[in-house]
Design a protein around this ligand. Structure first.
Ligand code: SAM
Length: 274
């Protein structure tokens, strides 16, 4: 396990993932019933963007910094969760999905976090001190199934791996199939990187074969054409997206596309049902 999220915290992929996560949880919270939020690959929870590792890549300048300076009110909820972990207007810290989800919790909601890397799990425990979150240090796929069905019946599972293992997609496909059998109406979000337009559809075909009735695919292409050898964008598979979420999604995606488009590019965000 070599991947460390500190090098990528607050990049454009984090902005899209975290904006959609906020909208998804908020849509679920239209009803008063309790939610269980499970983050299978939680990372460190909070990242110092002034630190040497984050500064080395500078990825947040094309991500959270663009979102913070963009005036679109549809990004207000996202800006608020970032500002909540900073003092004043200065951006120093970036909240990972654990600290974002913790901010969204109502008294009746539960938050279950999991991180396998021992050092990151230790940092995560520190970052979540004072919250009600439960922190586990297990294998993500084992924990994902062990937590289902959750006690609260409704909830959201976020699956956000680094894709450094060659069998990561196969493990997600197999675990999603088993998870769907245990919790057919559950909401699940799976993040994935986009390398190029030629190969991006292959995994979707395997997921389509699972026969999950409501599986939404959202893909964010940063550049107008493939840039060889670099990260070209990211996607999210969303199982059972609530209606209230799909209603707010198109204008939110347009706001994100416009806010994150690199200079000289328009970028593109596409959605379709598998
Ligand atoms: N979800 C976080 C966020 O949005 O702020 C970022 C998570 S980062 C992309 C992926 C994390 O998964 C890393 O911290 C890595 O150590 C952890 N990880 C990798 N393989 C894992 C596994 N099999 N089980 C649990 N955690 C794992």
């Amino acid at each position: 396990m070599n991947y460390r999220h500190i090098f990528h915290a607050g990049n454009s992929a984090d902005v899209v993932k975290h904006c959609l996560l906020i909208a998804l949880v908020r849509a679920q919270q239209h009803k008063p019933g309790a939610l269980t939020l499970v983050d299978t690959h939680a990372g460190c929870g909070l990242y110092d963007l002034d630190g040497e590792q984050a500064q080395r890549t500078g990825e947040s300048t094309q991500g959270v910094l663009q979102a913070l300076t963009n005036p679109n009110p549809l990004l207000n909820d996202y800006r608020a969760v970032v500002q909540a972990v900073n003092v004043g207007a200065e951006l120093q810290f970036y909240p990972g999905s654990p600290r974002i989800l913790a901010q969204l919790l109502r008294p009746q909601d539960l938050l279950i976090l999991n991180e396998k890397h021992p050092q990151d799990a230790y940092t995560l425990r520190g970052a979540m001190r004072g919250t009600t979150a439960a922190v586990h240090e297990r294998d993500a796929y084992e924990l994902w199934l062990a937590m289902l069905p959750p006690r609260t019946s409704r909830g959201v599972v976020l699956v956000d791996p680094p894709y450094e293992q060659p069998d990561e997609r196969a493990r997600i496909t197999a675990t999603l199939a088993a998870a769907h059998r245990k919790w057919a109406h559950g909401v699940t979000v799976i993040w994935y990187p986009l390398k190029d337009r030629a190969t991006h559809g292959q995994w979707s075909e395997q997921l389509r074969k699972l026969g999950i009735p409501k599986l939404l695919r959202v893909e964010h292409w940063l550049y107008d054409g493939d840039q060889p050898g670099i990260y070209n964008g990211a996607g999210l598979y969303i199982v059972n997206p609530p209606y209230a979420f799909t209603q707010v999604l198109p204008p939110l995606l347009e706001a994100l596309r416009a806010a994150l488009a690199p200079e000289g590019h328009s970028g593109e965000i596409t959605t379709d049902w598998l």
